[in-house]
Design a protein around this ligand. Structure first.
Ligand code: AOF
Ligand code: ZN
Length: 339
């Protein structure tokens, strides 16, 4: 049964991954129902806000086969009546015998599912593949639920010597087509892309998610431009491919507060060096995603602007959590080393 539970949690994680970027401010949760013999009979994931939670989707999929079975879910089932009735009630009504969840719900309004289920005679286990869930599909939402601020991934593409443009300002294309395709995939699954006004003036970036052939993807993140001056008429970021928010501030904490209030959970910070420096200095970068191309420039701007560091003991320390190849480039994912 242990193998079946692990396989079911993996399937729940995959389901959760598939709805990333469509559920905010709710978490993208995945759920799999096993019948009494351990066969997968239902699968579901969180619907957009106001829609059904993952457990309800999976229970509907399983029908009467859920009776006497097990629900495997990435987040503790909610016990509250929010926009939808409590999942605990649906699980109990369906006759589920056991609930296995990965991570406890830190939202005080929804928490308490474990107690409600236990009191109704349901066996509850937790912690299965919790690390994978915490680092994977629920990472941004857990950060948001615990801190009230969106999770920020700072992404950049640089040469082997850390430069993001040549001395004359040209920057097309530092990273490979494979890396760029990955970034567009990422854009499609986050809530907002943040860039400085300077970057918009310099590059006329569209800040949209696009397919390999250049067409605009069907799902677009909110585009956020940060900076006090106006945006030039006709800027690509002002086209109607996606919604754009212009925040007339350069303070990371104000930017994050404004986005948090709008229910933005997962942010991709894309440029440029000055804005990134301010975010790093403010401790507002929760993950660095670096695409490093095997080229050298020897001159030109580097990825990060001033971040308040004047001596080596003041360096902002990160811990590498993953390194992969992306075509000819190296992709490094690093998180703050809080020790
Ligand atoms: C679950 N399963 O799939 C999700 C949960 O406004 P509501 O009613 O949609 O409730 C949102 C809260 O419910 C959210 O903040 C989180 O604590 C929990 N999300 N819970 O049992 C799910 N998405
Ligand atoms: Zn629920």
């Amino acid at each position: 049964m242990d193998d079946k539970l692990t396989a079911a949690m993996r399937a729940a994680i995959a389901g959760s991954d598939a709805v990333r970027g469509t559920t905010s401010p709710n978490p993208p949760v995945g759920c799999v129902i096993l019948d009494a013999d351990g066969n997968q009979v239902g699968v579901g994931a969180t619907q957009p806000p106001g829609g059904s939670h993952a457990e309800v989707m999976a229970l509907v999929d399983a029908g009467t086969k859920a009776r006497g079975g097990t629900a495997v879910v990435t987040l503790e089932p909610c016990a509250h009546h929010g926009r939808t009735p409590p999942c605990t009630r649906a699980l109990i009504a369906a006759g589920v015998k056991t609930v296995v969840f990965a991570v406890a719900d830190p939202n005080p309004a929804a928490a308490g599912g474990r107690t409600v289920l236990t009191e109704a005679g349901v066996t509850v286990e937790s912690g299965l593949l919790a690390d994978e869930v915490e680092r994977g599909p629920l990472r941004a939402w857990l950060h948001y639920a615990r801190t009230g601020r969106p999770h920020v991934t700072w992404k950049y593409a640089a040469t082997l010597d850390g430069r993001v443009a040549a001395a004359d300002g040209t920057s097309r294309w530092i990273s490979s087509p494979a890396s760029r395709a990955q970034v567009h995939d990422l854009r499609r699954r986050i809530d907002a892309i943040v860039a400085g006004r300077g970057t918009i003036l310099a590059d006329d970036s569209a800040l949209t998610a696009r397919d390999a052939d250049g067409t605009t993807a069907d799902r677009q993140p909110l585009r956020v431009v940060v900076g006090t001056g106006d945006l030039p008429e006709g800027a690509r970021v002002l086209d109607d491919a996606a919604e754009t928010l212009h925040l007339r501030t350069r303070e990371p904490s104000e930017v994050l507060a404004a986005l948090g209030e709008r229910g933005v959970v997962d942010v991709l910070l894309e440029g440029g060096p000055t804005l990134a420096g301010a975010f790093v200095q403010a401790g507002a970068v929760d993950r660095v995603l670096a695409y490093v191309a095997p080229t050298l420039l020897g001159d030109g701007p580097v990825a990060l602007g001033a971040s308040g560091v004047s001596t080596i003991t003041g360096a902002h320390r990160f811990r590498v959590e993953g390194v992969t190849m992306c075509g000819p480039d190296v992709r490094i994912s690093a998180v703050p080393d809080r020790n």
